[in-house]
Every structure is written in structure tokens, then in C-alpha cells.
Design a protein around this ligand. Structure first.
Ligand SMILES: Cc1cc2nc3c(=O)[nH]c(=O)nc-3n(C[C@H](O)[C@H](O)[C@H](O)COP(=O)(O)O)c2cc1C
Length: 331
């Protein structure tokens, strides 16, 4: 990414990169929760945690990028190694633990990005802010962390995602329980309503929830007037791996699994959520998207937008253009 940054700073190579990787603007534009997305292919949270590469990711053709997870205070995250490849499975296992520069630093970077974007009249990349809590914050105070990040970034991002589904912050996933979510979202929606430009507010969920838990999420999403759902985060289930990969994954230790092995479960969750909300609540699909076919499957399951992450690692920088080309021909 740092090499790409250097290349994008040189006029001619920047133009070449954009020509090579961007899908021509026009026929894939889409308005979702009131925002105009240049195309429906985004980059999932956790890649550009610190909003350091927005210009470069836009050059690679992404229609939107979800920065973060951002926490109020900077965190170094878990000890390294904390990110592993299961290449045979086209999968990753990570236990990063919300390493990030903290909301104040990230806000400065976003202010800078927004001002240069205005100056240069460059593209219309949508930026989502994925927010979380610090590891040391107890769960009963978690809402305060979400509130800090929400208010600090409100002017600087286009939409928000409340992340309560990472397996790598101890106890975080317990916040997916209805009462805990109600507290967080009533605080955020209250603040949101007081702003000049209220921002769409979404919730990102784990793929490991039961039907009953998903039903609770849907009921709450309607109750607190969410703009949409992001489905799904990484899974703690490894039972779908081959015997060899499972054994290898055991040597890596704890962490969330992403990529191909997550694909089917994540599609099932998208489909279930879409059915339960009568297709009325926008869903951003995340989980095992590598190709145009994979993206099309998620859209048929009920997704309005898709995000890649592990697919970007295995397929490389052409992934957005490939998916967009397929969608333009097949949707
Ligand atoms: C190394 C790594 C770090 C991640 N960090 C975050 C994060 O900070 N916040 C978050 O909401 N999701 C995070 N994710 C989850 C991804 O955004 C995505 O939802 C998940 O990997 C499933 O998509 P995929 O199969 O395309 O990778 C991370 C994933 C990976 C592989």
C-alpha cells in the first residue's frame, strides 16, 4: 500500500493506475440509504483501519471504503503474529484486536482527505466509519465509547457502522444482545437527530448468531430505526475446513476466520435478514466474495452493496473491476 501511495503521487502513474483498475463510472451507480455510491463494491472494515489509504483505494476502483474499527483511544492490538493465511482454503485467520491510531488522529486524517477531495474535485468515494470500543472499557460503559467515536467522526464520514461482532475483543460479541444494543443505538440516534446532517447508522453482525438472535436483531433494527445491516463479520466456527486446514488453523490459535469458508454461511444470513425485513432494510454483504459470481449471489440473496476483504488479498487489485464488469453484464 505504501508503494501504491508513492505511485499515486506521480501524475502519470496515478492516471495509469486509475485507467487500469477503475470500472468506468456510469451504469453501476446506486443510491442506498440516501447516499450515491459510484459502484456497489466496497472494501470491508479492518483493511484501512486508520484512513491512511483512501486516495489509493479510490484509485483501485472501490465504490466505498469502511475505515476502522476506530476506538476512542489508540490501541496496539494483540501481539504478533496475529494474521495467518490458510491458502488452500482461500481464507485468513486474524486476531488483530482493534489496533488503530485512535479517533482523534483518524479524524485529522479524514479532515485532510475531505479538504483535498474538495480541492481536486476528485471522484465520489463513499467513506463509512466503523466504530468500536477500547479493550479496557467494560461492556456496561461500551455505549460511551461508541458515542465518542460517533460524535468525533460525524462530520467526516458518510455513514456509520456499529461493530459489536469482532471475535477478537473479549466480551464484545455479548453486546449483540438486545438490551445492550438498544442502549448503544438509542444514545447514537439521539445524538444523530440533533445534528444538521444526520448520518445513516448501521449494525455489523456475526455469522454465528442463531435464528432467534437474528430475529432479535431484526426487531431491534426496526425499533431503533437503523438504516441497514452489515452481514457478516468473521466466524469463530472452523468445522467447515478440511481436516488438514483445521489442524493447521489450530496451530495458529484463536481468531476469526474469513474468506471462502465463510461464504455460504454469510449468504444464508443475508438471505434470512432480507426475508425477515421483507427486503426493506438495506444489507451490505461481507463474507467470502472473490468474484463477480460471488457478488451476484449476495445481491440475489438480498444485498444492496457488497464488500470484499479476504478476496482482495487473494485476487489482487483487479478485484473491483472484475466484479463490476460481471455485475454490469449480469444484473
Ligand atoms: C485482518 C482482518 C481485520 C479485520 N478487522 C475488522 C475490523 O476492525 N472491524 C470489522 O468490523 N471487521 C473487520 N474485519 C472483518 C472484515 O471486514 C469482513 O467482514 C470479514 O473478513 C468477512 O469478509 P471476507 O470473507 O471478504 O474477508 C477484519 C478482517 C480481517 C481479515
Amino acid at each position: 500500500m505504501d508503494c501504491l501511495k508513492i505511485a499515486c503521487n506521480i501524475g502519470l502513474s496515478d492516471t495509469l493506475i486509475r485507467k487500469s483498475f477503475q470500472y468506468p463510472s456510469g451504469n453501476l451507480e446506486k443510491t442506498v440509504f440516501g447516499l450515491d455510491f459510484p459502484n456497489p463494491v466496497g472494501l470491508g472494515a479492518g483493511f484501512d483501519k486508520n484512513a491512511s489509504y483512501l486516495n489509493e483505494l479510490e484509485a483501485l476502483g472501490f465504490g466505498f471504503v469502511e475505515i476502522g474499527t476506530v476506538t476512542p483511544k489508540a490501541q496496539i492490538g494483540n501481539d504478533k503474529p496475529r494474521l495467518f493465511r490458510l491458502a488452500e482454503e482461500k481464507a485468513l485467520i486474524n486476531r488483530m484486536g482493534f489496533n488503530n491510531d485512535g479517533v482523534d488522529e483518524i479524524k485529522k486524517r479524514l479532515i485532510n482527505w475531505n479538504s483535498t477531495k474538495l480541492k481536486n474535485h476528485k471522484g465520489n468515494l463513499i467513506v463509512g466509519g466503523n466504530i468500536g470500543k477500547n479493550k479496557i472499557t467494560p461492556n456496561e460503559d461500551a455505549w460511551k465509547d461508541y458515542k465518542i467515536c460517533f460524535n468525533q467522526l460525524h462530520e467526516e464520514v458518510d455513514y456509520f457502522v456499529v461493530n459489536v461482532s469482532s471475535p477478537n475483543t473479549p466480551g464484545l460479541r455479548e453486546l449483540q444482545e438486545k438490551d445492550a444494543l438498544r442502549k448503544i443505538f438509542s444514545e447514537l440516534q439521539n445524538d444523530n437527530a440533533g445534528k444538521k446532517n444526520p448520518k445513516p447508522l448501521l449494525l455489523k453482525i456475526a455469522p454465528d448468531l442463531t435464528k432467534e438472535q437474528l430475529d432479535d436483531i431484526v426487531a431491534l433494527a426496526i425499533e431503533v430505526n437503523l438504516s441497514g445491516l452489515v452481514a457478516t463479520n468473521t466466524t469463530i466456527d472452523r468445522t467447515m475446513l478440511s481436516k488438514n486446514s483445521f489442524a493447521l488453523s489450530e496451530t495458529f490459535g484463536m481468531g476469526g476466520l474469513s474468506g471462502k469458508p465463510l461464504q455460504q454461511r454469510s449468504t444464508e444470513v443475508v438471505h434470512y435478514l432480507s426475508k425477515q425485513t421483507n427486503g426493506q432494510m438495506p444489507i451490505i454483504a461481507s463474507g467470502g466474495i472473490f468474484s463477480g459470481n460471488d457478488a451476484e449471489e449476495k445481491i440475489h440473496a438480498g444485498a444492496s452493496l457488497v464488500q470484499v476483504w479476504t478476496g482482495f488479498i487473494y485476487e489482487g487489485p483487479s478485484i473491483v473491476k472484475n466484479i463490476c464488469t460481471h455485475l454490469a453484464q449480469n444484473l
